[in-house]
Design a protein around this ligand. Structure first.
Ligand code: CS2
Length: 448
């Protein structure tokens, strides 16, 4: 038996679930990048908000690169479970907020229809760092952008404009510095080049607030799925497993309404930046360090790496240096934040693979390490963590086993042929034909 609308009633009573009538709810959100993270985070908050009586916020998920989620979620009518684990306790809830999943390369017109529907009020994104199709200098790479969300998004917005419908909010939920401003400027570039008649309407009618998202969501393993099937008496091929902790900080600038996410734990604030800086530099910075340093030491999971005394000490030092570059958001004690993070990382029931975090380093390291190091250098201080952390990343390129990165092939080839100094030069300076991979950080090269 498999989880679906039909089999829902047969689930054991202790499995928590929503009480709203899904069939009555309209699709209020179109979400690009419906991976495990979205299902364990924004879709979960939305499900809880609808369960408290907020209506018409069903989600149409859009997959960009693989049909996997559509193939597993659509036969389940969009239903899946979220299991929050800690120690030996796990609590499972069925999430009802996803209506359907579209696979963008085959169903672009349907994506446009959903965005252009009067009920749609928010278009959100977890497309990962590389999904924004940025060129080396941070501007939009139009050719790359053609394979991403820009075209269907702009077509959907254009239809709204032509039908005199209200604007929408674009909500980036990716781990990028200033994700709202970044998304806004990239979408504007697309519009200016591909659909200039939309420019003024977009400016006047749509908003692009920033967000900070936090929840550790390891990739689901086949063992997780089968253990859950034993307790539920049925299979869920879209199940997600995560920690109980979750944080979502959102700038309250919505063009056309939003779910009552604040009634279920999200923080609506005026300025997300201090939260996002703390999270990217301390949590994600430490995560990336643990990934490369941990793999080098032969570990497989985050909880193993952080229990290695030498790595723990280095991680604590990195966190301390990162924290010293951050203005704490009001009410947040950064020393406590760091301690809590170590405990979250050390939780053995969250089997978070280091190789999952090691992915896409070329895209992640600027906001996780380089911004911190740059701030150090510019204030005349020595960023001690930085050479050690970069050394681990370079090791991982030399080693080659875990490299999964849009620039991975080029960097590992360069590493093999010419060694570390050429890779460093490529990252910080580039060449006439190929600009620097990390634009704007050349001051750091002497520390590399
Ligand atoms: C991780 C993040 O995969 C990664 O790079 O650092 O996904 C991390 O688990 C989340 O940002 C936690 O909120």
């Amino acid at each position: 038996m498999r989880l679906s609308s039909e089999t829902l009633a047969a689930l054991p009573a202790e499995i928590d679930r929503f009480a709203y009538d899904r069939a009555e709810q309209e699709v209020g959100i179109v979400h690009y990048g419906i991976g495990a993270f979205h299902r364990a985070h924004q879709a979960w908050y939305t499900d809880l908000a609808m369960d408290r009586g907020d209506c018409d916020w069903m989600i149409c998920g859009v997959s960009m690169r693989s049909k996997e989620v559509a193939n597993s979620l659509n036969p389940q009518d969009g239903l899946y479970t979220l299991t929050a684990r800690t120690g030996s306790t796990s609590i499972t809830r069925v999430i009802g907020s996803v209506r359907e999943v579209l696979f963008a390369p085959d169903e672009a017109d349907a994506v446009v229809d959903r965005i252009a529907a009067p009920a749609c009020r928010i278009v959100s994104f977890t497309v990962t760092e590389k999904g924004y199709a940025r060129a080396f200098d941070g501007s939009l790479d139009i050719e790359l952008a053609r394979q991403s969300f820009y075209s269907s998004l702009a077509r959907g917005l254009k239809r709204r404009m032509d039908s005199d419908l209200p604007g929408v909010t674009l909500l980036s939920c990716d781990n990028l510095a200033d994700n709202g401003a970044l998304l806004s400027s990239l979408v504007r570039e697309w519009i200016r080049t591909e659909c200039p008649e939309l420019e003024d309407w977009f400016e006047r009618k749509c908003t692009v607030p920033s967000t900070m998202v936090d929840r550790i969501v390891p990739r689901t393993s086949p063992a997780d799925v089968s253990t859950l099937a034993d307790t539920m008496g049925m299979e869920d091929l879209s199940a997600v497993f995560t920690e109980p902790f979750s944080q979502w900080v959102i700038e309250d600038e919505f063009a056309n309404g939003r779910p009552a996410w604040d009634s279920v734990g999200a923080q609506l604030v005026e300025d997300v930046q201090p939260y996002e800086m703390a999270k990217l530099r301390i949590l994600n910075g430490a995560h990336s360090f643990l990934a490369y340093a941990g793999l080098r030491e032969g570990h497989e999971f985050v909880h193993e790496a952080i229990r290695d005394p030498a790595l723990r000490e280095q991680t604590e030092r990195l966190m301390e240096e990162a924290a010293s570059t951050v203005d704490a958001p009001s009410g947040l004690d950064l020393a406590q934040y760091r301690q809590d993070l170590i405990a979250r990382f050390a939780e053995p029931s969250i089997r978070h693979r280091l190789s999952q975090i090691a992915m896409d380093g070329s895209q992640k390291l600027p906001q996780r390490w380089l911004d911190t190091a740059l701030q150090y250098v510019r204030t005349g201080k020595e960023p001690k963590f930085f050479p050690a952390a970069l050394d681990c990343w370079l090791w991982h390129l030399e080693d080659g086993r875990y490299v999964d990165d849009p620039h991975g092939e080029e960097l590992t080839r360069l590493m093999q042929a010419e060694g570390r100094s050429s890779v460093i030069a490529r990252c910080f300076f580039g060449s006439d034909e190929r600009p620097a991979l990390w634009h704007g950080y050349s001051e750091l090269v002497s520390k590399a």
